[in-house]
Design a protein around this ligand. Structure first.
Ligand code: NG1
Ligand code: ZN
Length: 548
């Protein structure tokens, strides 16, 4: 039985602002921070119900609006697995966020609790919710609202873990529920020890050992820059210079960060002609996205971008190299490596991956969709072009690897190529965040692979050449008027628009274009690629005209 009186009382503290319609969207609730208190409070309640439903497992709440502007904020739920909130619960999240009165809120909750058979108030086990936030100034008061939401359901505990990156919180929630050490320090130790392990496994070929060149990091003036600074002390074999940490007056995501660099393809603030040719990396505002870039010449502010697709290709090559070194056939065990992309992946990257003989599958935009598909492989690598991605190892494949490692050691083959390959794969599974895309673990894996290959950033960039592309946002009165197929590559509504888009596409060699409503912003997104930049721009613009 829920304590109606106390719920009614606390929800009266958080009246819902007029005229906002909220949707859980691609990545939780987002919007102007000033309008979000009631939403965050309500998601606090939801998180307790989620925990109770799952046997009082720990659930996470992250307060962030990622790459969006500093005055925005948002909230997303980490399920006990460390993954995104189960999509089955999203409609309930939408309903309670939009309930217009405390009475309506309480009755929706009662109904849901009954339907889901959630037991509230059982003394023996209380729900536990871990709360994290990024560096946004609005985060602190929103966190208090979440705490009140959590506390309004009997027998629940909210624990404030402080300022974190999104992937740190997901990692910690996952570790906690697996009964592993789960503090922020444990997270850092895990990163530095698995990085060290991969460094030690780099083949030494004497003469061509690459001198370790400096990596310049753009921290988006957010939490990622600060955390990578904390991590730096425990890393050897890596020379980092961190800029845009937010401590020198820069504004979060303004002219900086992974989203800016990927979309605009120009250099972020804090970088200039003195950095020509240097290897640079940009994180986004909550450090779950990573892109690399370098400045090709002094004469322009354009950058050569190495986006999520290119990071995916680098990871895939490295993993494939290790899998090839396994004596698979004898075991009768064929390992399955798969990669997952979205419609935003550059066409040239997909061609490249397929030429490598890889199994490439497509998912809808939003990491929850990519993650699900990647989890079907023994090793599944997923990346969005914007730099969000990771590598998933299935439990069964990982335990096979671990027993193989031991078996080879016991047979006295600890120094064999096969043993090294197995050890590298095990280390990658520890280094790379198994819960969500993580810019910090991503940087470390890119850096160690480049050292392993003896590659510069320019050499890496030559894996394939991106097709010129353009993305634009179109503001429309109602973005839900655009409805797409499940692959998101064809618009079903407004009626007739897809036919018009197709006629535009036909005018351009290697032309491809699609539209979809954003799940995080009030816009319709247009993507176009073609054989030249002018053509991609022109295709994007004509499609945008059709949307307006
Ligand atoms: P929307 O706004 O639904 O396009 C954007 C990104 C997603 C994902 C989410 C969450 C693009 C085109 N879309 O979603 O890939 O990262 O934000 O941050 O980059
Ligand atoms: Zn992000």
């Amino acid at each position: 039985e829920i304590q109606i009186a106390s719920l009614l009382k606390s929800s009266e503290l958080f009246p819902i602002p007029q005229s906002v319609k909220l949707s859980y969207g691609t990545a939780g609730f987002r919007g102007d921070a000033k309008l979000l208190e009631s939403t965050v409070y309500r998601v606090g309640i939801l998180s307790v119900l989620r925990s109770l439903k799952l046997g009082s497992a720990t659930v996470g709440l992250m307060i962030t609006a990622s790459h969006n502007k500093v005055s925005d904020n948002g909230i997303k739920v980490s399920d006990p697995s460390g993954g995104m909130l189960s999509q089955e619960w999203e409609p309930f999240a939408d309903q309670i966020a939009n309930a217009s009165s405390p009475q309506e809120l309480v009755s929706l909750i009662r109904e849901f609790v009954e339907k889901e058979e959630i037991m509230i108030g059982e003394k023996k086990k209380s729900a536990e919710v871990w709360l994290g936030r990024d560096t946004r100034p609005s985060g602190e008061s929103l966190l208090r609202a979440a705490e009140i939401g959590v506390g309004s359901v009997l027998g629940s505990v909210a624990i404030d873990i402080g300022v974190l990156t999104t992937p740190q919180l997901h990692w910690m929630v996952r570790a906690k529920n697996k009964g592993l050490k789960a503090t922020e320090n444990d997270y850092f130790e895990n990163l530095s020890s698995s990085f060290r392990c991969l460094i030690d496994l780099i083949p030494v070929s004497g003469n061509d050992k690459l001198e370790i060149s400096k990596l310049l990091v753009d921290g988006a003036n957010g939490v990622g820059g600060q955390k990578i600074e904390e991590l730096r002390g425990s890393l050897s074999n890596l020379d980092l210079e961190i800029r845009n940490t937010g401590r020198d007056g820069g504004v979060l995501n303004e002219g900086v960060g992974a989203d800016f660099v990927q979309k605009e393809k120009v250099l972020p603030l804090g970088f200039g002609s003195q950095d020509v040719g240097m290897r640079c990396a940009s994180l986004d505002g909550d450090a779950d996205r990573l892109v690399y870039f370098y400045i090709p010449s002094e004469s322009s502010d354009k950058v050569e971008l190495l986006d999520g697709d290119k990071i995916l290709s680098l990871f895939a090559l490295f993993i494939k190299e290790q899998l090839n070194a396994l004596d698979d056939d004898k075991e009768g065990k064929q390992s399955r490596l798969g990669v997952v992309q979205t419609a935003y992946a550059n066409g040239a990257s997909t061609d490249h991956l397929r030429q490598l003989g890889l199994d490439v599958v497509f998912a809808k935009t939003g990491v929850k969709h990519l993650h699900e598909k990647a989890a079907e492989f023994d090793i599944g690598i997923y990346f969005e072009a914007n730099g969000h991605g990771t590598i998933l190892f299935s439990e069964s494949f990982l335990s096979w690897l671990v027993s193989k490692q031991k078996e080879l050691t016991d047979k006295g083959q600890g120094g064999s190529e096969e043993h090294k390959a197995v050890s590298r794969l095990v280390a990658v599974s520890n280094l790379i965040n198994q819960a969500v895309g993580d810019a910090l673990s991503g940087v470390l894996l890119v850096e160690v692979i480049l050292q392993h290959m003896g590659w510069s950033v320019q050499k890496w960039n030559e894996l394939y050449k991106d097709l010129p592309s353009r993305q634009i946002k179109v503001e429309v009165p109602d973005r839900t008027a655009v409805v797409t197929t499940s692959e998101e590559t064809e618009a079903l509504r407004p009626l007739g628009i897809q036919g018009a888009i197709n006629s535009e596409i036909k005018k351009y060699p290697r032309g491809r274009a699609f539209i979809r409503p954003s799940g995080t912003e009030d816009v319709v997104r247009v993507y176009a690629e073609a054989s030249t930049q002018e053509a991609a721009d022109s295709l994007a613009n004509s499609v945008a005209q059709l949307v307006k």
